[in-house]
Write a protein that binds this ligand. Sequence first.
Ligand code: NAP
Ligand code: ZN
Ligand code: ZN
Length: 346
Amino acid sequence: MTTVAAYAVPAAKAPLERTTIERREVGEFDVLIDIKFAGICHSDIHQAREGWGEAIFPMVPGHEIAGIVSEVGAGVTRHQVGDRVGVGCLVDSCRECESCKAGEEQYCTGGNVGTYNSIGKDGEPTYGGYAEKVVVDENFVVRIPDALSLDVAAPLLCAGITTYSPLKHWNAGPGKKVAVLGMGGLGHMGVKIAHALGAEVTVLSQSLRKKDDGLKLGADHYYATSDEQTFKDLQGSFDLILSTVSAPLDFGAFLSLLKRDGALVNVGAPEEPIALNLFSVIAGRKTLAGSMIGGIAETQEMLDFCAEHGFGAEIEVISADQINEAYERVLSSDVRYRFVIDTETI
Ligand code: NAP
Ligand code: ZN
Ligand code: ZN
């Protein structure tokens, strides 16, 4: 075991504080990573506050990890000491079920292991990226291309893949009108990726406060959902709407913005259920779907895609003692567009 410094939530809803945790010895197929940067995802906040149900405490959140390999087990073939690598939301899976075999480990039915707030195959709780180091099986570690600096790459490990995967699956590309609902951590990556895929991109945000940014990131149009006129102007407009909103929404109103056969794909994970009048999908043969992160191979594909197109996330680097303040700012939609912890400061 190795003792490493970390920031942890001691109990549900409590502020994060500095502590130490134990990392397992580097096993035959393990990689030891010196974490350099860890992104703050809204999912960290949902879980730290038990918004999704009972959680494991103390909790070290963080599933947007970028760092450098500092040791590898004897059987490791995919990574070497000195490599620039990333870890996202998963650190293991059953590897045998249909989803795992298809490279969709996020939908593993045999039981996958989350990077934190999960129980590992060794029976111990997993602890995430707000820490100095982490030990991860080599198959759940991806390569960060040289063209991406580690700080802007970190958020790609969740925000990047969570938007890339559904945009690809639902064929965002040339000739397609795609709306991104909510322009926070996930949403701003959705805008960049949908634009890079060649789609015509519209941002649907609560206000026009971030309009200039949205247009710079690649959006063609930008509307405020607080303005009723938006819903009149955009009736029946989109092939695809990607909702990244962290709070419950009136999906009926957004389904009305789809063309016939359009799809509203939700990746937001609000803590409360929503009510929906099902006529909003019946009329127009519309699809309401969901999507969860992405598989490991697709995460590598996404990193390579971002590197090729020359973009990472738009970030604000913070020190570890600013995490609690950053959580409050995320909760009030005051993030441009991802907080990234410089783990040297832990
Ligand atoms: P975030 O940075 O806080 O962004 C969420 C955005 O939603 C905000 O910037 C805001 O955009 C909009 N929003 C927030 N509250 C709203 C409200 N009451 N009404 C309307 N719009 C509102 O969060 P994030 O890190 O991108 O995560 C977004 C959600 O996705 C979270 O629930 C998170 O847990 C979930 N998530 C899911 C997956 C998955 O695999 N499916 C992966 C990662 C995260 P505007 O300011 O533009 O309106
Ligand atoms: Zn996340
Ligand atoms: Zn599986």
